[in-house]
Design a protein around this ligand. Structure first.
Ligand code: PBG
Length: 342
């Protein structure tokens, strides 16, 4: 048997020791709580799309919309009013702009760059995070370029560096490489530094699993048709592995990552915990589209209490060791936290 946590207390504990005593009253539960969720923990992903006057529903993500750029200002003002610290942009690129090399990713006037400029004009204080990967821009739906039938790591890196640079030039605060190519963090850091962007941060999707939980997101950005039934297994991590995750984190930190992401979130709480214990660096979970849609779907069916299930799903990340969470529930949660009197 395992050694008791504290021998002194474990002998003849009951009835002197009653765990329920601290739980009896709300004031006491507040005093003993080990973790808390605050608005400062939230990052909100925003989908943007081409065209005008659009606020489109996303079928697989009830309650989440794609905004055309002319409708973005209102959304930025709303998120700012909630005091959410940062947003992350994800573009739905027009099909005719998708190519095998994903060159729209390096167009200085692409959707993401325009969105950054709009957001910075509306509220310069709102942090902006941008994905670096080619999947919204490639006609095959992969995160990198294909050469001789495989995703070519080093050719992809050249484009990713350029993509990072134009996003930084447009005003992005945090570059978030989500492509899982080897060596990208170091080269992106060098590119940013050489061009004077020494204070643009890198939040690396260091641990990104090849997950079925991204399904609804691929609908949202319109890449599921392009990707079809092909897999991202040659670059995203195998859900069977955990030591490998620590190695990925170590490499990205050595290459200059300021913050790291574990993605998806809920099925990988063990990984988050290990990362935090081992590296003590700012660690974020991405509660991805599939997690959102599962929870929201059951709420809409009346199977879960909305507020309780959402807060429970998010406090789990804090307990596991996260500094913050990228979540589609951010505005819902911020509304409630901001209206609490305590
Ligand atoms: C693109 C990217 C994906 C997500 C964020 N960035 C999908 C993927 O890798 O296929 C998923 C986010 C979500 O599911 O909410 N590289």
């Amino acid at each position: 048997m395992k050694e008791p946590h504290n021998k002194l207390f474990s002998i003849n504990s009951y009835p002197r020791v009653r765990m329920r005593r601290n739980r009896m009253h709300e004031f006491s539960r507040r005093l003993v709580s080990e973790n808390n969720l605050t608005v400062d923990d939230l990052i909100y992903p925003i989908f943007i799309t081409y065209g005008l006057n659009k606020k489109e529903k996303i079928n697989s993500m009830p309650g989440i919309y794609r905004f055309s750029l002319d409708r973005l200002e209102t959304e930025i003002k709303y998120i700012s009013s909630l005091n959410i610290p940062a947003i992350a942009f994800f573009p739905q690129t027009e099909n005719k702009l998708k190519t095998s090399d994903g060159r729209e990713a390096v167009n200085k006037n692409n959707l993401v760059c325009e969105a950054i400029r709009i957001s910075k004009k509306v509220n310069p204080e709102l942090g902006i995070i941008c994905d670096v990967a080619l999947d919204p821009y490639t006609d095959h739906g992969h995160d990198g370029v294909i050469i001789d039938n495989h995703i070519d790591n080093d050719k992809t890196l050249e484009i990713l560096c350029q993509q990072s640079l134009i996003q930084a030039e447009a005003g992005c605060n945090i570059i978030a490489p989500s492509d899982m190519m080897d060596g990208r963090v170091g080269l992106i850091r060098d590119t940013l530094d050489k061009n004077g962007f020494i204070n643009v941060q890198i939040m690396s999707y260091a641990v990104k699993y090849a997950s079925a939980f991204y399904g609804p997101f691929r609908d949202a950005v319109g890449s599921s048709i392009n990707l079809s039934n092909k897999s991202k297994n040659s670059y995203q991590m195998d859900p069977k592995n955990s030591d490998e995750a620590l190695r990925e984190i170590e490499l990205d930190l050595n290459e200059g990552a300021d913050m790291v992401i574990v993605k998806p979130g809920m099925p990988y709480l063990d990984i988050i915990h290990k990362v935090r214990e081992n590296f003590k660096v700012p660690t974020y979970a991405y509660q991805v589209s599939g997690e959102y849609s599962m929870i929201k779907g059951a709420i809409d069916k009346g199977w879960f209490d909305e507020e309780k299930i959402i807060f429970e799903s998010l406090i789990a990340f804090k307990r596991a060791g996260c500094s913050g969470i990228i979540t589609y529930f951010a505005p819902y949660v911020a509304e409630i936290l901001n209206n609490r009197k305590i």
